[in-house]
Design a protein around this ligand. Structure first.
Ligand code: ADP
Ligand code: MG
Length: 459
């Protein structure tokens, strides 16, 4: 564990990190930040949730010249959602750097609007390749003073077919620059691309093996037709606060979601076919405690910043052992013990030998005890999500909502959970028992003088 104070950062910046409760560097930060702050190109591999954003974020903020209103850093991310997360984290890191302008450029809002905001130039742009390129081609974005370029989740950007837009964006950015390349995996295409765009890079890579020791792992042999029942028995037995359940296909996610719901297990499903709006809603509801279970494919789960998962289930065993390690690494974070449970069909049994070899483990197949599924009552999620049709753009703040809910003997502050604001909608989680009351307050009262439509987001 290494403290941030070993880095050449200002006292004010260090204080902000302490306020954010970033008390020590994560391993990838420890490995990459010295090189980043020295100005070297870096190729970094580390799994999701390892703190890559702050690694490049601190590097960027260290280098920005605030007096120069020109884009000096460009961060490319694969999805809108990730661009949103990165922007939010950069803003937190820059909390005490007033007058810094960080702008997000993603699809989904009218091009014109973005062209307008760009006329008041930003210091830092975070965006998705497609939209950034569109603005460059429309001549609405100048990147000729960019001195830092970050490719975040590079492997995923390649998976999504962004190689051409990225290559084209590169032609708008000065050759003389620092480039940081972050990826969860380093397949050949990524190495190939990184060779083309990095100069004498330092390679850093944080091994995932260490984490396995804090994760309790179980492997159960189950016939394909019993998998749903086995999963429910295991959920009932372990009662994890929150679980991510992996299926190998979208279709599998859908079917399993229906099976769980049919049996009275509240579950949310996320896969690549959902529209952005639906994805956002699902993620918000899962992270605010309105569902204990999220069923996902690898692609949909990659890069999601869901911390504090109590358990990961491999409903379908992944095809690669590396993917197995990657999936289970989402539990057992922040010093807590995690739980990873895998269902193996009889034809998959032999894969346990490979997993054991990979992890230097000695795991054995266990039978499933079906006596666990008694009542699903405990399974009821603690929170439920409401939304109003007003958000950031309507100047609604989290405080406005909390104020409305708790005013005049309404409900207690402790009964209100996370409030997530989007541009035109705000989600608020409340304890299930105060749902009727919360709904009434929001539907009948006014917020900032306006009435809003209220929706309850139930299964
Ligand atoms: P990655 O991009 O590697 O998937 P993130 O940058 O999204 O990971 O970080 C995952 C979580 O860890 C975030 O919630 C972030 O705020 C938190 N985090 C990052 N660095 C630190 C740190 N040094 N100490 C504590 N928490 C941290
Ligand atoms: Mg990230």
């Amino acid at each position: 564990m290494c403290s941030f104070s070993s880095l050449p950062l200002s006292p004010q910046f260090l204080k902000n990190l302490a306020d954010m409760e970033y008390n020590a560097m994560t391993p990838i930060q420890e490995e990459s930040l010295p090189a980043i702050l020295e100005g070297c190109d870096v190729l970094a591999r580390a799994k999701t949730g390892s703190g890559k954003t702050a690694a490049f974020g601190i590097g960027i903020l260290h280098n920005i010249n605030l007096d120069r209103y020109r884009v000096q850093a460009l961060v490319l991310c694969p999805t809108r959602e990730l661009a949103e997360q990165v922007t939010a984290e950069l803003r937190l890191l820059a909390r005490y750097t007033h007058n810094i302008k960080i702008m997000k450029i993603t699809g989904g809002m009218p091009l014109r609007k973005q062209q307008h905001s760009l006329s008041h130039e930003a210091h830092i742009i975070v965006g998705t390749p497609g939209r950034v390129l569109a603005l460059l081609q429309a001549n609405s974005l100048q990147l000729n003073e960019v001195s830092m370029l970050v490719l975040d989740e590079a492997d995923r950007m390649l998976d999504m077919g962004f190689i051409d837009p990225i290559t084209e964006i590169l032609s708008f950015v000065p050759q003389e620059r620092q480039t940081l390349f972050f990826s969860a995996t380093l397949p050949d295409e990524i190495r190939h691309l990184s060779k083309k765009i990095l100069r004498n890079p330092r390679s850093v890579s944080v091994d995932e093996h260490h984490d396995a020791s804090v994760i309790e792992q179980h492997f159960h042999e189950v016939h394909p037709q019993d998998k749903g029942r086995a999963l429910m028995a295991l959920l009932s037995l372990h009662r994890p606060e929150s679980s991510l359940i992996f299926c190998n296909t979208k279709e599998g996610c859908r079917t399993l979601g229906e099976e769980l719901m049919g049996a009275g297990f509240h579950a949310l499903v996320i896969h690549g076919d959902l529209e952005q709006k639906e994805r956002t809603e699902v993620l918000i509801r899962f992270s605010n405690g309105s569902s204990r279970v999220l069923v996902a494919t690898d692609v949909a789960a990659r890069g999601l910043d869901i911390s504090d998962l109590s358990a990961v289930f491999n409903y379908d065993l992944p095809l690669e052992t590396e993917t197995y390690v990657h999936r289970i690494g989402r539990t057992g974070r922040a010093g807590r013990t995690g739980l990873a449970i895998s269902l193996m069909k009889p034809v998959e049994k032999h894969r346990l030998t490979l997993i054991n070899e990979f992890l230097s483990g000695n795991y054995r197949l266990e039978p499933v005890s079906y006596s666990g599924v008694k009542e699903t009552q405990w399974f009821e999620p603690p929170m439920v999500t409401l939304s109003i049709n007003g958000g950031r753009r309507n100047k609604i703040s989290a405080g406005d909502l909390l104020g409305a809910l708790t005013a005049r003997g309404g409900i207690e502050g402790s009964q209100v959970g996370r409030i997530d604001r989007q541009d035109y909608i705000t989600f608020v989680a409340v304890k299930r028992e105060v749902l009727p009351q919360a709904r009434k307050i929001l539907a009948q009262g006014r917020i900032k003088g306006n009435r809003f439509k209220v929706m309850v987001h139930e299964a």
